[in-house]
Design a protein around this ligand. Structure first.
Ligand code: HEC
Length: 450
């Protein structure tokens, strides 16, 4: 009896309580070497899912596997488990178990993404759908404790400033291009004065609403050439669209983008950097130096724009439009590598790496839906092919921050974005302001402990 009590006292103090109906995600040891540590169990309860094929998904993935249509976390054993672990975290209190500011910032970010998902619409469920009442109840039980833990993990502004620059570490290790954020170097941070640049990534369809996005452009002839290109792009006066004259192609698209837009030279590179926002101890949104993800495209070939190229960029069949003239790369973060100090936690994905579509997937829960496949295995897509789907047009015509030609769905805007150099600090300020204006942020503020 005494021994059992002593064991309980030890496990509780170390956050290793053994009680749960749902087995902890096997061997998740991201926040602590011990898989049963409370921080690992909390992370595992929210991020790690098992598919209908019996396999585990989502371990150390930047974004949780949560879509508009996910029932996961809203009901059933996963929901009960999440409530139980969160309650334990609030009562322990779990935030005292890990002091490292980096881990606290990353855990806060992980929880905040789940909070925002809870606050977003829930629909498109696999049958049988959850009722409104079930959804409301599932959301209600989670959001209070989540808000409490998010607040308790908050760092001071000074601690946030001192978080490591993991991108710089990745560049030093040769895992990422160097000089990306050097304000005098060849990469230019590009933006628009009227709001966040990466609207599609940051908006309602994407999971990434708690991030700053930096759009970076680098022409092969250096910074001055890149700035001059942006000036020419802004000064472009011609119509954005011209009529398709080829009778065979006109039925498919009566117009295509003006072929006289200033064009990228071969060797141009573009990057999209996603950095974490965090909430500080006084309840303010702050841009952190933590780089979560970097997407890169390099133009090895720049074809002419014409009606055929425009249609080709819309045809996502393999072979019809093979490479878009670009090399697609993505550096993703791994918490495990980040905490272990391995190349800033960023590593390039393989060219044939497959992943879930969490961006524009119409909100269906791909894991739930995979019960409909004979194999019950989730259908994953090759990541670099997804890049091509949205960035298939030649050169500047695939510069989606300027005009997302591929995503227009028949709406044809007459004016592209007015892009110019935007210092990174300004891009961060705009991202923070945008976030603080959003409903899901006000929902969190309402629950913020006073
Ligand atoms: C669902 C469509 C979609 C997919 C898939 C997609 N992107 Fe994008 N991408 C966009 C849009 C739209 C923008 C413009 C910024 C915004 O609104 O978020 C963009 C912006 C970018 C930028 C900044 C420069 C620019 O073109 O504006 C880079 C770099 C980039 N994407 C790389 C990639 C890479 C690499 C992949 C694959 C790993 C990828 N993208 C997948 C839609 C997509």
């Amino acid at each position: 009896m005494r021994l059992a009590l002593a064991v309980f006292a030890f496990t509780a103090a170390a956050g290793l309580a053994p009680q749960t109906d749902r087995p902890p995600a096997s061997g998740v040891s991201i926040y602590h070497p011990h898989p049963h540590h409370l921080w690992n169990r909390l992370y595992g309860a929210l991020f790690v899912r098992s598919g209908p094929d019996g396999r585990e998904y989502g371990r150390d993935r930047a974004d949780p596997l949560l879509w508009i249509g996910s029932k996961f976390l809203l009901q059933g054993p996963a929901h009960d488990d999440a409530v139980r672990v969160l309650t334990e975290f609030v009562e322990t209190p779990g935030e005292t178990l890990v002091g490292d500011p980096l881990k606290r910032a990353v855990m806060q970010r992980d929880l905040w993404i789940v909070f925002d998902w809870l606050d977003a619409p829930h629909t498109n469920f696999l049958k049988p759908p959850l009722s409104d009442r079930e959804v409301a109840e599932g959301v209600r039980r989670l959001r209070g404790p989540l808000a409490t833990v998010i607040a308790r993990l908050a760092l001071t502004p000074d601690q946030i400033r001192k978080l490591p620059d993991n991108y710089a570490a990745a560049a030093r290790a040769g895992a990422a291009p160097s000089g990306l954020f050097d304000s005098a170097g060849p990469w230019v941070s590009v933006g628009r004065a009227d709001g966040p640049t990466a609207r599609a990534h940051a908006g309602d369809e994407g999971p990434a609403k708690n991030s700053t996005f930096l759009v970076m452009l680098r022409l092969p002839d250096g910074r001055a050439a890149t700035l001059a290109f942006l000036d020419r792009l802004r000064a472009f006066q011609g119509p954005l669209w011209v009529d398709t004259t080829d009778n065979d192609l006109r039925p498919f698209s009566p117009y295509y983008p003006n072929p006289n837009l200033p064009q990228f030279p071969i060797g141009t590179r573009v990057a999209l950097v996603r950095r974490a926002l965090v909430v500080d101890a006084s309840g303010r949104v702050v841009a952190s130096p933590l780089t979560e993800n970097v997407q890169l495209r390099t133009y090895d070939r720049v074809d002419a724009m014409n009606a055929r190229a425009f249609l080709g960029a819309h045809n996502t069949d393999e072979g019809m439009f093979s490479t878009a003239g670009q090399r697609f790369e993505e550096l993703r973060w791994s918490r495990a590598a980040l905490f272990a100090g391995r190349s800033g936690g960023l590593a390039a994905i393989a060219q044939d790496e497959r992943d879930f579509l969490t961006f524009s997937a119409k909100g269906f829960d791909i894991l739930d839906r995979s019960v409909e496949n004979a194999s019950r295995t989730p259908q994953l897509a090759v990541v670099t092919h997804m890049c091509r789907d949205c960035h298939g047009a030649p050169g500047v015509y695939s510069f989606n921050s300027y005009l997302p030609f591929r995503l227009l769905d028949g709406r044809i805007p007459q004016a592209p974005a007015r892009l110019s150099e935007l210092p990174i600090a300004d891009a961060e300020r705009i991202a923070v302001g945008w976030k603080e204006d959003r409903a899901e942020w006000r929902a969190l503020k309402d629950l913020w402990p006073r």
